[in-house]
Write a protein that binds this ligand. Structure first.
Ligand code: SAM
Length: 435
């Protein structure tokens, strides 16, 4: 039986929600208990003040530490102490399940700009957030925690299994529900649900669950325990493919050869194979390789011929498909012209670099410094060419032509990745939704 101890300046706030419907009944039946601790009752000031101006200036007021600390110390068995805070650990069904094991839970509700940060040094406090939004106070957020935890208590809900078959309980969102009438404004209930075949209904519901998760929360699919049938369901769903608007352009000229000099680098067979296979795996439109050197273009042509039309291609169709995406070009302008011809519109150019801009010479770039999500957004609007440098990176004249620069893959320490490794990571960060 969990006891919730609520530290709040507005205990009345909880009256209706904690006395209504299932929660009201559970409270009457003694399945859940609540105690209220108002920091104002512990204020030592004449006017029962509990807030003051922030050190360092700025708008708003801050909840003082002393009344809060006294309120917390007045609770005999506080158990785990949660602080409702927008910057806290996100509340999830897993966390609710974990908290449901506790006998006592104390929830501190912030108000104003929040609480004096030293409270977190004085007590073992876990900040918890109910979403990336800012509410007026922690009371609304505390109610979300209380409901999520309480409904997992045996006896709280009518049927105990109803908590087991809901969104997030199996790492997926829930399937849709229908009730009478059988036809609502011309819309019938799906046939399968009326047929009475329970195995078919279970299969349909699982498929709906997988589809809803892909549509609304594809991020959940990365951790969801998927079956072979679920993967089949996912593979059959036509998906938006922003990758078709994205192409890599592997630059061998002009690139930095050292801090001062730019020039041409040599082709690397491994880069061509691997970046072509990455492009194919992420359903990208094409893969441009730029070198003005005739002998290098001949080498490239020889590799492509062998693996697409030659003996390599007939024995390995997957490799032939991947290398079929490669478009040789003598210059960046020529590569851009190829992509423009294919899409009917000039691509936006995004540069890449191993170093954060401004850290070294030759890093001047035009346009925004972009996150992978922003590049993905550009891809949803039109074609994008992502320029990859070889040797010591793209020459300044290439950076100047680009419309934006994507953040380096690793920028806090050692970051000497091969260009093909960086290409794989960038493709996944820009396009990889799930699995
Ligand atoms: C107006 S908010 C303070 C916001 C704070 N200045 C900030 O920017 O993070 C007042 C109180 O509401 C609660 N609160 C607001 N949004 C919340 C959220 N998303 N999750 C949990 N608690 C929240 C916290 O207790 C917070 O101290």
């Amino acid at each position: 039986m969990p006891s919730f101890h609520l530290v709040s300046l507005f205990p009345d706030f909880f009256q209706s929600p904690l006395s209504t419907a299932l929660m009201g009944r559970a409270r009457e039946a003694g399945l859940v208990n609540f105690s209220f601790h108002d920091p104002r009752d512990f204020s030592t000031s004449k006017h029962r003040h509990v807030d003051d101006r922030p050190y360092g200036g700025g708008p708003g007021m801050v909840m003082q530490g002393e009344p809060l600390a006294a309120a917390l110390r007045s609770i005999e068995q506080p158990g785990r102490i949660l602080l409702m805070a927008p910057g806290g650990r996100p509340l999830t069904q897993d966390m609710a399940r974990e908290l449901a094991q506790e006998e006592n839970l104390t929830i501190v509700c912030g108000r104003y700009e929040g609480i004096d940060a030293r409270l977190l040094d004085l007590f073992s406090i876990e900040p918890v957030s109910v979403g990336d939004v800012v509410l007026n106070g922690g009371e609304t957020a505390a109610l979300a925690v209380i409901e999520a935890v309480s409904r997992l208590m045996p006896g709280f809900m009518g049927k105990e299994e109803s908590g087991e078959d809901e969104s997030f309980s199996h790492g997926l969102l829930e399937y849709p529900h229908y009730t009478r009438p059988e036809v609502l404004e011309g819309l019938p209930v799906p046939e399968v649900l009326r047929g009475g075949d329970h195995a078919l209904i279970a299969q349909w519901r699982r498929q709906q669950s997988v589809q809803a998760t892909l549509r609304m929360r594809p991020d959940l699919l990365n951790a969801a325990p998927l079956t072979k049938e679920d993967v089949q369901t996912l593979a059959e769903i036509p998906r938006e493919r922003p990758g078709r608007n994205l192409s890599f352009c592997l630059m061998h000229y002009p690139v930095q050869l050292d801090a001062k000099k730019s020039g041409a680098s040599s082709l690397t067979n491994l880069d061509i194979h691997d970046i072509a296979r990455i492009s194919r795996s992420y359903a990208m439109g094409s893969f441009h390789v730029v070198t003005p050197l005739q002998d290098q273009l001949r080498v490239l042509d020889e590799i492509l011929r062998h693996w697409t039309r030659g003996p390599g291609g007939s024995g390995n169709a997957d490799r032939a498909q991947a290398l079929g995406l490669v478009c040789p070009a003598a210059s960046l302008d020529e590569a851009v012209a190829h992509m423009t011809a294919r899409h009917g519109i000039r691509p936006r150019l995004v540069a890449s670099s191993a170093v954060w801009p401004g850290k070294g010479k030759g890093q001047a770039h035009k346009g925004p410094l972009m996150t992978p999500q922003e590049v993905r957004h550009w891809c949803s609007q039109g074609p994008v060419m992502l320029c990859l440098g070889t040797a010591k990176g793209l020459a300044p004249e290439v950076l100047e032509q680009c419309d934006g620069l994507i953040r380096p893959v690793r920028f806090l320490g050692y970051n000497h990745l091969s260009v093909r490794s960086a290409a794989a990571i960038l493709a996944d960060r820009i396009l990889g939704d799930y699995c």
